[in-house]
Design a protein around this ligand. Structure first.
Ligand code: NDP
Ligand code: 8X3
Length: 254
């Protein structure tokens, strides 16, 4: 297990899903704030691009699918003691489809459950035993993990699971001195809707018509706030919404 006093700056942050959206924005803001980064995702070209952009702040890029348990183990077990994160951001995730439950597609359901729930478990099981006292784990949940909405059933279930897991992980990791937080965003314009609607860019864009959604930077700012609190301060759950969104399904659109 890593045994190193944590201080702001010079800490290591590992981000899953760093190739776009929140993960890439977190990487950029964390680099600005002096973190050294381990960036992960499936798209090697994107990892290369962001690594090139962030230069010396990036210690290592790891290309693997969080759904694949043994690939996750192989990639993460290669980390040196210095590379074991002081801050782990469990961000990789997705929604696929928006059909009602009776029309749902099994392959879509498996992708969401295997990524959002099992992927988070695969990464956490590998890293938590090596993380030092004073480290933090920040899980990216969603308002969809606090309130369900029509057509969201399995995505909702996967994010309700993240909410429950975050609370339980916090209890289990308390004696190890590892803080566990959740950031639960509302609607944010990233590649999320493009993935959800399987590449249909018109439908994806229409999700954000008539209001100003969160940006990836808005969410990254909340994550960095949690990651940089003094070590005796634990932000446990942060719900961040666009001003035009009151709940998972109440929007004020003009
Ligand atoms: P993006 O689609 O822009 O980013 C998703 C990231 O997850 C990508 O870097 C992708 O990388 C990675 N990822 C997806 N599947 C896998 C996998 N099997 N293995 C490894 N990495 C994977 O979406 P967001 O940035 O918006 O989403 C990030 C997180 O935020 C997700 O957990 C999402 O559920 C959550 N969220 C999003 C909201 C929104 O409105 N945008 C609101 C609330 C929560 P790659 O494809 O290269 O593997
Ligand atoms: C993503 C937000 O409302 O599209 O978690 O489910 S929502």
């Amino acid at each position: 297990m890593k045994n190193r006093e944590t201080q702001n700056g010079g800490q290591t942050m590992l981000i899953t899903g760093a190739t776009s959206g929140f993960g890439a924005a977190i990487a950029r803001q964390a680099a600005m704030q002096g973190f050294e980064l381990i960036l992960t995702g499936r798209r090697a070209n994107r990892l290369q691009e962001i690594s090139h952009e962030l230069g010396d702040s990036v210690l290592r890029c790891l290309c693997f699918d969080v759904r694949d348990h043994s690939a996750t183990q192989d990639a993460l077990s290669a980390l040196t003691e210095k590379e074991v994160p002081d801050v782990l951001i469990n961000n990789a995730g997705l929604a696929v489809g928006k059909e009602p439950i009776h029309e749902g597609i099994m392959d879509d359901w498996n992708r969401m459950i295997d990524t959002n729930l099992k992927g988070l478990l695969h990464v956490t099981r590998e890293l938590a035993p090596r993380m030092a006292k004073g480290s933090r784990i920040i899980n990216i949940g969603s308002v969809a993990g606090k309130q369900p909405y029509p057509g969201g059933a399995v995505y909702n279930a996967s994010k309700f699971a993240v909410d429950g897991l975050t609370q339980a992980m916090r209890m289990d990791l308390l004696p190890k001195g590892i803080q566990v937080a959740q950031v639960a965003p509302g609607a944010a314009e990233t590649e999320f809707s493009l993935v959800r609607f399987k590449g249909d860019s018109e439908v994806a864009k229409s999700v954000y018509d008539g209001y100003i959604p969160l940006s990836a930077d808005d969410v990254a700012d909340a994550v960095l706030y949690i990651a940089t609190r003094p070590s005796h301060v634990s932000i446990q759950d942060l719900l961040i919404m666009p001003a035009a969104q009151a709940s998972a399904y109440h929007f004020y659109k003009s």
